[in-house]
Design a protein around this ligand. Structure first.
Ligand SMILES: CC(=O)[C@@H](O)[C@H](O)COP(=O)(O)O
Ligand SMILES: NCC(=O)COP(=O)(O)O
Length: 240
């Protein structure tokens, strides 16, 4: 069954908006796992707009499922943070500093040598590596020679077109996943997945190991409550 990793960036956004510790990020992470989350994902960005570097050290102490740290390894501070905390997984994302959110995968062809060397650093530390890629066959093929354990398919395009009624938007993701599986790569996915588009995606993508979901899930929790919401997302991943 595809694992659900809850991205708690937006809990930190709410906390930081008033400068205190409410909501308590660490307690929310523990509660997410208690409610059924099979992983906790965070994406500390250099401007610490939501997840702060210090949060990662505190989360490492309490996360008992799978801890997934996302970020741009072109920042030395990120490399040091990951190596100091040794999460189960690091997901390398090529975000520029000023981006409002992640909006593209790696060019695994032009960054082949760089990614190969960076991935080795994390794998030598015993950390599983996933790299964020667009559903483009050539990018998936080049990902396979970087040494990465997994790819994370960037799903914004799927999510956007799905909401416009275009289920054909899944096609490039199926081809990318089939190529990844043939090349021995694990398959994760994330960005803009939600209660409406998740089940169809999970049904169509072979061997989908993990989805990391944050923005929509935390937004849904405002209406349904966090425990209910996590259960609703898990339900979408059951028997697909
Ligand atoms: C890599 C990705 O698509 C998301 O995990 C990203 O972490 C979202 O970042 P924000 O929560 O800052 O939008
Ligand atoms: N890697 C995707 C992730 O962690 C959460 O993305 P989103 O659900 O906040 O768009």
């Amino acid at each position: 069954m595809t694992r659900l990793s809850v991205n708690i960036n937006k809990i930190a956004t709410l906390r930081n908006s008033r400068g205190g510790n409410n909501p308590d990020l660490i307690q929310v992470a523990k509660d997410c796992e208690r409610f059924g989350a099979q992983g906790i994902t965070v994406h500390p960005r250099p401007d610490e707009r939501h997840i702060r570097y210090d949060d990662v050290f505190e989360l490492k102490k309490v996360v008992t499922t799978e801890f997934n740290i996302e970020g741009n390894c072109q920042e030395q501070k990120f490399i040091d943070l990951v190596l100091a905390n040794k999460p189960e997984q690091v997901t390398l994302v090529p975000d520029a500093l000023g981006q409002i959110t992640s909006n593209h995968g790696w060019d695994t062809i032009t960054n082949q040598r760089y990614l190969h060397d960076m991935i080795k650093v994390f794998k030598d530390a015993g950390i599983r590596v996933s790299i964020f890629v667009d559903p483009v066959i050539e990018m998936v093929e080049a990902a396979a020679t970087t040494g990465t354990d997994r790819i994370e398919l960037y799903t914004e395009a799927y999510a956007t077109h799905f909401h416009q009624g275009n289920e054909l938007a899944i096609a490039p993701y199926i081809k990318a996943a089939e190529t990844a599986a043939k090349l021995g790569l694990g398959i994760n996915a994330g960005h803009d997945l939600d209660l409406q588009n998740l089940q169809y995606f999970a049904q169509k993508i072979p061997a989908l190991a993990e989805v990391s979901i944050g923005h929509a899930l935390i937004s849904d929790a405002l209406y349904y409550g966090l425990e209910n919401t996590i259960q609703m997302y898990l339900q979408q991943l059951t028997n697909v």
